[in-house]
Write a protein that binds this ligand. Structure first.
Ligand code: MTE
Ligand code: HPA
Ligand code: MOS
Length: 753
């Protein structure tokens, strides 16, 4: 199996890698700072900027009045102003943008702005929003078969409810941008965004200029995790408005507090389910109503909601399904993309339903899981027929390779021997669809230049955010062209080199952009083969490039890559190529809610063992043992890193990360002292990942399957392992399906009567 170090690791460890904040800025550059709403809902009666404006060093304060285009940044639905005008809808909503000589002056000015707000009722939960009929858009429903009829024939039918809380992205690098004026009113934005085109398009709209006047450049991100798919945009656009007026550069990096307060997070979900099983534990029917807490504007919520429906049955086959989702409008910051994009929220519900059924019937949860795993040609509720299914293979391989029965006996033995510590064990299968669920977004381009000295520059629409997509792009170019890694450079992601890109998201970045790189390199290769064949008087069909040399019939010639490039220059052969890739085969009809939206699915199974300290309610994850479907991985080191990172994030979401808003809509968990994320001590003691041996899929780059998001959902297994340990201690415990399962909640559960 192939592997290669992340090409950024050398500069990362030396602190030499560049992020937005490291850019050399012009000496006339100014600093921006957002003034945001101190209330979650209300009418703006008055704002007095006069004292703030007159502060020495304040250049100007921008508001909706300074927008020359449209004061609108909503992507899917135009329901979000850049700056509030008459009303505010969430605590932290941008109202104005202070531009000053220094950050300290801007902060001082911010404190001097006086605002009067007439408060209106605040909604913070999805349930309340639903009761009041407060929605972002119409609900969506996926249906397969006939659940009502099926329930009548079921041996067992259970109903329940679940709650999963939000999650803070906590990218190490906060949101930010640096915006410079160029000549003729052109503007260059350097942004920490997953979606450079989204920033460009929105800036053009708000500034009232054509897109070609805005250039967006992305060096790399210190993490995005979905939080910069849509929500890197407002800051860049605010600074761009300021630059449009001032004709001076403006930089804006959010500090952690401001970032936590003003940005949206993973969507909390309140869900209601009904599950029906036959005597032999087959799930015959499943219904769920998902109430998504969307926050105060649409942002990406409708797309996230859609993915919840796509993953509502996880890796199980259910012949009768009826699932609906409501994007509920509340007075929280607009919630947004977060690794898994609504999938984890959907999967938590069916896993809870299975847990409840198991509990009530008195069987192991895993018995129900096991007999319902997807098989080849099973139909998903949205009409796609499952193929190359690895649900059972990953499940049984995990049980076999990790000696599950032995592990289970260990847990039993431990629990028999220990009073105050109890262990729990769980299995968690996953099936995650790869492609943007919105079919038109599945495309990418690459621009490849071979320079006359034989070195190569590769530009794509892919944004490097730590997932190592640039390393994968380099590998593709290197493999196709048969040259060494040192000859290939990955350029920054720039809208003038690669235009109209989809955001780097949906775990699809490497597939989409990698395929485009592959195509561009192959086109170049075809031309170079002709040049080389003439140089060697051989048929071009016999020519190959490898190890920086030309090979004839598999034998190394003495003609080098560099010599061929030099000759191509003399022959005036183009050494540049631009290729476009659009995923074939996929389609989806929203009017019927049926189609084939995913290029393929990623499968896997995790076995999680935990130990609960029954005096204190704290717990440790002893181990997570995973069999994962990487296809034919193109970089095992990177892919295992993605599995481990996603797993840690999934465990954090399910256990300790607890977002809290007050009834007044204020974020209470607004610092790292009140919002706990997994650290090295709370990470699993061991994580073992075994690649499932599979053929891979043709639509995956080099048959190496997408890996960014799927493993996050292994974290759900931790929730149920803890639940099992609690049950081993307290026979009276009545399981609830409310995550995160914080130590406080575990303690309460341990002593529930
Ligand atoms: N890994 C790191 N280190 N940093 C990130 O921000 N984002 C995740 C995942 N892995 C992320 C990451 C998310 S949300 C997605 S969608 C994918 O990477 C995006 O990259 P890919 O499409 O190249 O997998
Ligand atoms: N996944 C992630 N991001 C997205 C998607 C998706 O399916 N659709 C739009 N943005
Ligand atoms: Mo990932 S949530 O699709 O950026």
């Amino acid at each position: 199996m192939k592997t290669m170090k992340n090409i950024d690791s050398f500069t990362h460890v030396r602190g030499e890698s560049l992020f937005v904040d490291d850019l050399m800025i012009r000496k006339d550059a100014l600093i921006g700072l957002c003034f945001d709403s101190p209330k979650a809902h209300g009418k703006i009666k008055s704002v007095d900027y006069s004292v703030a404006e007159s502060l020495e060093g304040v250049e100007r304060i921008f508001t909706y009045k300074d927008v020359l285009g449209e004061n609108q940044i909503g992507g899917i639905i135009p329901d979000e102003p850049l700056w509030a005008q008459n009303e505010v809808h969430f605590w932290g909503q941008p109202i104005a943008f202070i531009v000053a000589k220094t950050e300290a002056i801007a902060k001082k000015a911010r404190a001097l702005i006086k605002i009067e707000i007439e408060e209106l009722p605040v909604i913070t939960t999805a349930i309340e929003a639903k009761q009041k009929g407060s929605f972002i858009n119409a609900p969506r429903i996926f249906n397969l078969g006939n659940t009502q009829k099926s329930f009548e024939e079921c041996e067992y039918v259970f109903e329940g409810e679940t709650f999963s809380n939000g999650q803070e992205h906590l990218y190490l690098e906060t949101q930010g941008c640096y915006v410079e004026p160029l000549e003729n009113g052109n503007i260059k934005i350097t942004s920490s965004t997953q979606g450079p085109t989204q920033v460009q398009k929105t800036a053009a709209k708000v500034l009232g200029v054509p897109m070609h006047k805005i250039e967006v450049d992305v060096i790399r991100l210190g993490g995005g995790f979905g939080g910069k798919e849509d929500q890197a945009t407002p800051w860049a656009v605010m600074a761009a408005v300021a630059v449009q007026h001032l004709k001076k550069p403006v930089k804006y990096m959010l500090n952690r507090h401001d970032d936590l307060r003003m940005t949206g997070k993973r969507h909390p979900y309140s869900s209601f389910f009904k599950i029906g099983l036959s005597k032999d534990l087959k799930i015959k029917a499943f219904e769920a109503e998902f109430l998504q807490n969307a926050g105060a504007a649409a942002d990406l919520s409708p797309a996230v909601a859609e993915r919840t429906l796509f993953h509502a049955t996880n890796s199980y086959f259910v012949p009768n399904v009826n699932v609906s989702v409501y994007s509920c409008k509340t007075n929280l910051p607009p919630n947004t993309a977060f690794r898994g994009f609504g999938g984890p929220q959907g999967m938590f519900v069916i896993e809870s339903a299975i847990a409840m059924a198991a509990e009530k019937i008195g069987v192991d949860r895993r018995k129900i899981q096991e007999v319902n795993l997807l098989k080849e040609n099973d139909e998903f509720s949205y009409g796609q027929i499952a193929n190359e299914v690895q649900a059972e293979r990953s499940w049984f391989t995990a049980k076999d390779k990790f000696e599950f029965e032995q592990l289970e006996k260990e847990v039993q033995r431990f629990n028999n021997e220990n009073q105050l510590f109890k262990k729990g064990i769980s299995l968690m299968p996953i099936a995650f669809g790869i492609s943007f669920t919105n079919t038109p977004m599945n495309h990418a381009r690459a621009l490849v230049h071979i320079y006359q000295d034989g070195s190569v520059g590769v530009s794509t629409g892919a944004v490097e955010m730590g997932q190592s997509v640039n390393t994968k792009m380099l590998q593709v170019a290197q493999d196709v062209l048969g040259i060494s890694a040192a000859k290939v450079k990955l350029e920054t992601t720039n809208t003038t080199r690669v235009a109209n890109t989809s955001p780097s998201a949906a775990s699809s970045t490497a597939d989409l952009n990698g395929k485009a790189v592959e195509m561009a390199c192959n086109l170049l290769l075809d031309r170079l083969k002709i040049v080389a064949s003439k140089m060697l008087s051989s048929d071009e069909k016999n020519i190959n490039f490898k190890d920086n040399c030309v090979f004839i019939d598999g034998k190394k010639s003495d003609v080098t890559w560099n010599a061929v490039i030099a000759q191509a220059m003399l022959e005036r052969v183009s050494l540049s190529e631009n290729a476009h890739y659009a995923t074939p085969e996929i389609h989806f009809d929203k009017s019927k809610e049926k189609g084939h939206p995913f290029a393929y699915h990623v499968y896997g199974t995790a076995i999680t063992t935990v130990t609960v300290d029954c005096l204190r309610g704290i717990y440790e994850v002893d181990s997570v043992k995973i069999v994962h479907d990487f296809g034919k991985t193109m970089n095992l080191g990177i892919d295992i890193g993605q599995v481990e990172g996603a797993l840690a994030q999934g465990i954090g979401w399910m256990t300790m990360e607890e977002i809290a808003y007050g009834k007044d809509g204020r974020l209470l968990s607004n610092a790292l002292s009140t919002y706990k994320v997994p650290d090295i001590f709370s990470a699993p003691k061991t994580i073992e990942t075994i690649p499932l041996e599979t053929e891979g899929n043709e639509l995956a780059i080099q048959k190496s399957k997408a890996v960014g998001e799927p493993p996050l959902m292994y974290g759900i297994g931790t929730y149920f392992a803890i639940q099992q340990a609690v049950k081993a201690y307290n026979k009276n415990y009545k399981p609830k399906y409310h995550s995160p399962f914080t130590p406080e909640k575990v303690l309460m559960a341990l002593y529930e009567k």
